[in-house]
Design a protein around this ligand. Structure first.
Ligand code: ZN
Length: 490
């Protein structure tokens, strides 16, 4: 309470500083009130560099559940197009100037701008901001200002960008520190969840349903704290977007019902009662719908929850669910580190076949051509192979068996492969990325690679490898190289 009383007058100053006093909204010039508790330019930099994941959470919280149908232009621009603001943010880079202003397209000095040294980059003048902002509100105002620029990248005009900026500042002001997502706690809860889920699966396999039920109870408890941590208390910050949140509810119901079914297998005085509880929503059918509310906007409302008929059914379901949650675990880790996260927009529980399965083999290189030489493209062989039910991709050079193999995830993505699929010419592709172009947690520089492979009927192949090194410091030169390897499939 005390905190809010102190904050309020500062906000008023900030409003007049940022919004009313300037022509260009927050990225305009001006300002004239000296801060009482000044902040250094390096502190502003620190906040900005840590901001990417928070911006992501704030966008999730801001997104209207029906943004694509929304009549509000800003919602449409941010979330209704082919690429949502969260996706665009994923690729944005940051240039913080500690001793210089940012510039608009016509050269006006401003606090922040979408015109930076490199494209797809937000310029932020820590220098200018530190001179006009108070320590108590630096984080909020920097987040709001960065969001203003994100809005511009989504095609928002000045009025809309300023509106978003003010909304975001207001939302942050009206939440408390407990609302922010605690990433450490989140990671702990997820680990405990997996540990218990795996224990539950093992116990079902061993036919020990008492143990399985106990472990699944614990897993569900952890899942509740995981989900709670992912939305804070006020929904200002949300780890998941709307569609994904709906999908997670669907997954949860499946875990709950699997656990109830396991419980109904335990002999004893409660068995009959547990059976009735499990069977109740099915009303004699083989399934029930995720939601029977016809006004439900949940895209997964019509998903069927199938009735389990044996412990083997339950086991299969739990194993599928484990894979689904594993993808969310990767997503959470990547997002928390400000790294490029796979876009989770929910999906149905149909494991798609990995097209790389069709490319198991050894690829002997006969020629390589790169657009930029760096002496590192000495691969003599590529391998796609299966071991322990997993699919691997490996590069090998003449002097060594090459770097460690990249393992594909059981579902779409994991920490090594962020995306994969078919190419339009019948080949397969995969991408992986380490680090993030906007993160100060030791992952600042981005190393991105994309591999595309296609084979021909005469047993020849063509493998294209695009490699990008994007330093966090955008004043340094990016390195981008494309190499095409040709040879024989063995
Ligand atoms: Zn603007």
């Amino acid at each position: 309470m005390i905190k809010k009383l102190i904050l309020l007058p500062l906000i008023l100053i900030s409003e007049s500083l940022w919004a009313n006093g300037n022509t260009g909204g927050m990225d305009g010039g001006g300002g004239g009130t000296l801060p009482a508790y000044p902040v250094s330019a390096s502190e502003v930099r620190e906040f900005a560099e840590m901001a990417k994941s928070k911006l992501y959470y704030l966008l999730n919280g801001y997104e209207d559940p029906d943004a694509h149908l929304s009549t509000i232009p800003l919602q449409k621009k941010l979330f209704g197009g082919p690429r949502k603001a969260q996706e665009v943010l994923n690729d944005l880079r940051l240039e913080v100037r500690e001793n210089a202003p940012c510039l608009t397209s016509n050269g006006t000095e401003v606090d922040a701008s979408i015109h930076a040294l490199k494209p797809n980059t937000i310029c932020l003048s820590a220098d200018r901001i530190s001179k006009k902002i108070d320590k108590a509100m630096v984080e909020r105002e920097v987040l709001a200002l960065l969001m203003h620029e994100v809005a511009h990248f989504m095609g928002a005009d000045e009025a809309e960008a300023t509106e978003l900026q003010q909304d975001i500042a207001w939302r942050i002001m009206n939440s408390d520190s407990g609302d922010a997502i605690n990433e450490e706690k989140l990671r702990d809860e997820i680990s405990y969840f997996f540990w218990n889920l795996a224990g539950g699966i093992e116990a079902v396999e061993a036919g020990n349903f008492v143990d399985a039920n106990m472990r699944l109870d614990l897993a569900l408890f952890r899942l509740t704290t995981w989900e709670g941590e992912a939305v804070g208390k006020s929904y200002v910050y949300k780890l998941y977007g709307n569609r994904e949140s709906n999908y997670l509810s669907l997954l949860r119901i499946k875990v709950v019902k699997a656990n109830e079914y396991i419980k109904s297998l335990i002999p004893g005085p409660d068995q009959e009662k547990n059976k009735i509880r499990y069977e109740l929503p099915f009303e004699g059918r083989d399934y029930f719908l995720n939601s029977d509310d016809s006004f439900d906007t949940d895209p997964y409302a019509d998903e069927k929850i199938m009735k389990l008929k044996s412990s083997q059914d339950a086991l299969n379901l739990l194993k599928e669910l484990e894979k689904e949650y594993a993808v969310r675990q990767v997503f959470t880790q990547q997002t928390a580190f400000g790294m490029r996260a796979p876009m989770l927009n929910g999906h149905l529980t149909i494991p798609t076949q990995n097209p790389w399965e069709n490319f198991v083999g050894t690829y002997a290189v006969q020629s390589v051509q790169c657009d930029v030489e760096n002496g590192f493209n000495k691969e003599v062989e590529f391998q796609v192979y299966k071991a322990d039910d997993k699919l691997y991709f490996k590069r090998a050079t003449a002097s060594s068996s090459g770097s460690d193999a990249i393992v594909f995830g059981a579902y779409h993505v994991n920490t090594f492969v962020t995306n994969y699929g078919k190419t339009s010419d019948g080949g397969a592709f995969m991408t992986n990325e380490n680090g993030g172009s906007w993160s100060s947690r030791g992952f600042g520089d981005t190393r991105f690679s994309e591999v595309r492979l296609k084979t021909n009927s005469d047993k020849t192949f063509e493998l294209t490898q695009v490699y990008k090194y994007l330093p966090q410091d955008v004043s340094k030169t990016d390195f981008v190289q494309t190499c095409v390897y040709k040879g024989i499939v063995q």
